[in-house]
Design a protein around this ligand. Structure first.
Ligand code: FES
Length: 230
């Protein structure tokens, strides 16, 4: 099959012909690198959908290379909204940057027994692998690089929703600007998540929690002189 790869040193996509079938895109790129073109550059780690380091776009859609099985004529390119370092390798420092901006980690949590029900409420969000596919798909982040986008907001909801967390109020405060109210709830982040997380839903929950704590949607407040919107 023919696979096209958009490379950083060339405006034209480079076409490779490989005699492989029913294998992952990562296996195809490994074949190209070892047999056809050692200069092709991409990143990967676990090869099993866990580390999140092999994010790319295929035919305009976000995918993990270690999970996607390519077909004839596929076009591979780096994910969007991040700096390309070389070929399919991008600068992933946004992970740390937005986790910091949103304080998306456990702070001042107390130890204690967590019931199965409490654990199940944060189980899905805890599965985030920080692949940043949701940032690539996010149209708000595309025009506002300060937007605390999908994965960081999902992680904030995970900690706010954790019964052990003692800093929930501070976390809610940290996502009021360039955060939950800037999301358009378009849902582009949902189908691209390899872990079946729905950041749109988590952002909606953060909005409801914020409203209960007295915060307002600044856009609605400006337009109508007050009011709330989820
Ligand atoms: Fe780790 Fe694909 S190589 S998620």
């Amino acid at each position: 099959m023919n696979i096209s790869v958009k490379r950083s040193n060339n405006d034209e996509a480079q076409i490779y012909n490989v005699e492989l079938e029913n294998v992952t895109l990562l296996a195809v790129l490994n074949h190209i690198k070892t047999k056809l073109d050692p200069t092709l550059t991409y990143s990967h780690g676990c090869r099993s959908g866990v580390c999140g380091s092999c994010a790319v776009r295929v035919n305009g859609r976000e995918q993990l290379m270690c999970e996607y099985k390519p077909g004839e004529g596929d076009v591979i390119e780096p994910i969007r909204n991040v700096r390309v370092i070389r070929d399919l390798v991008v600068d992933s420092s946004i992970v740390e940057h937005f986790n910091r901006a949103a304080t998306a980690w456990s702070e001042g949590s107390h130890e204690g027994k967590v019931s199965e029900e409490d654990a199940s409420r944060i189980e899905t969000q805890s599965d985030c692998i920080l692949c940043t596919l949701c940032y690539s798909a996010c149209p708000v982040y595309a025009v506002n690089p300060d937007f605390i986008g999908p994965f960081a907001l999902t992680r904030v909801w995970r900690y706010v929703n954790d019964v052990r967390e003692e800093s929930s109020a501070a976390k809610i405060a940290s996502v009021q600007t360039n955060g939950i109210w800037d999301c358009t709830l378009c849902g582009e982040c949902v189908p691209v998540c390899p872990q079946n997380i729905a950041p749109k839903q988590d952002i909606t929950m953060l909005r409801m929690k914020s409203a209960m704590m007295g915060y307002q949607d600044p856009n609605a407040a400006m337009a109508f002189g007050g009011g709330l919107s989820f």
